[in-house]
Design a binder for this molecule. Structure first.
Ligand code: SAM
Length: 296
């Protein structure tokens, strides 16, 4: 069976005309019109006929179509109701796709996986993400402890560089720590603006995040660990001593106590948040538990 590719300028334009569809910038609608890029994304994701795929924002189905050809099942969440009839048409040749008309941030993803991706050996998220909510989407999915093995996702280049950043670099921050805590990150490719309709204002990158068998460091409460790491970056130019002093807002904690905490963990209080490795943050977190009066 030969199905016409959706990811071409002519097919996309024809669908836009047929449905009288106009792009909503507020929903991050930049559709892919280059099937070669899609093939590279699929190659990088390593999906096969036993893989279940979750897609965020199928748009008109350009990526979904190719995913459907390679994967066992595809579960796609699309917020824009206007796209549902378009997807009904474009994906009609594929009986292994389920489109859910819902905001991914409000969806019960665990339940949908259970319902639609049963029997898949592996589950990957593969998507050209809506850029305005890249970070909330990734954090929501990562922090829910879902049975997802990895992510191959397109996003704004700047955000991708933050996910992937090494300690000591400008891009390294609380987002790098959360993603690297859960996953091993790598860059697949940078992507030119010309492969989208309409072209976005920013450069794009495809990033691969593979879930680690065990998180990078051991902490008992991830929410409070991430709150602590985030606190170190509240004002990037400040030392961790100053940032943490502002974080313990109850007014009862003195600079001296924070000094003691940092020194006991073997961390020079004059260092900045971006200079500390995730292992060093884990040490700080362990030490914090010995100082019961210091609480976030
Ligand atoms: N996958 C298509 C492609 O590559 O051509 C479209 C990608 S476009 C960058 C992002 C898509 O995400 C749009 O279809 C948009 O309507 C959808 N979207 C935006 N916010 C969403 C949300 N919160 N939940 C689900 N889908 C969303």
């Amino acid at each position: 069976m030969f199905e016409k590719d959706i990811a071409t300028p002519s097919r996309t334009k024809a669908l836009l005309n047929q449905y009288g569809f106009s792009f909503k910038k507020s929903l991050g609608q930049n559709f892919l019109i280059d099937v070669n890029i899609i093939h590279k994304i699929i190659d990088a994701s390593g999906i096969d006929e036993n893989t279940g795929v979750i897609e965020v924002g199928p748009g008109m189905g350009s990526l979904t179509q190719q995913l459907a050809k390679h994967a066992k099942r595809v579960l796609a969440f699309e917020i824009d109701q206007r796209l549902i009839p378009v997807l009904d048409e474009t994906l009609s040749p594929y009986d292994n796709v389920t489109v859910i008309n819902q905001d991914i941030l409000k969806a019960d993803v665990a339940n949908e996986i259970e319902t639609h991706l049963q029997g898949c050996d592996k589950i990957m998220v593969v998507a050209n993400l809506p850029y305005y909510i890249t970070t909330p989407i990734l954090l929501t999915l990562l922090e829910q402890n879902l049975p997802i093995d990895g992510y191959v996702v397109m996003m704004q280049k700047e955000v991708g560089e933050r996910l992937n950043a090494q300690v000591g670099t400008k891009a390294y921050g609380s987002l790098s720590i959360v993603t690297q805590y859960y996953t091993e990150t790598s860059t697949v490719m940078t992507v030119p603006k010309t492969v989208f309709m309409p072209p976005p204002n920013v450069d794009s990158i495809v990033v691969k995040l593979m879930k680690r068998p065990h998180p990078l460091v051991e902490v008992d409460d991830t929410a409070s660990f991430f709150k602590m790491t985030k606190g170190a970056f509240a004002q990037r130019r400040k030392t961790i001593l100053n940032n943490y002093q502002n974080l313990f807002v109850d007014g009862k904690v003195h600079k001296q106590e924070i000094h003691v905490w940092l020194e006991q963990a073997g961390i020079d209080p004059k260092r900045r948040g971006e200079a500390l490795s995730i292992q060093e943050y884990a040490r700080l977190y362990d030490e914090l538990k010995n100082l019961s009066h210091l609480k976030f």
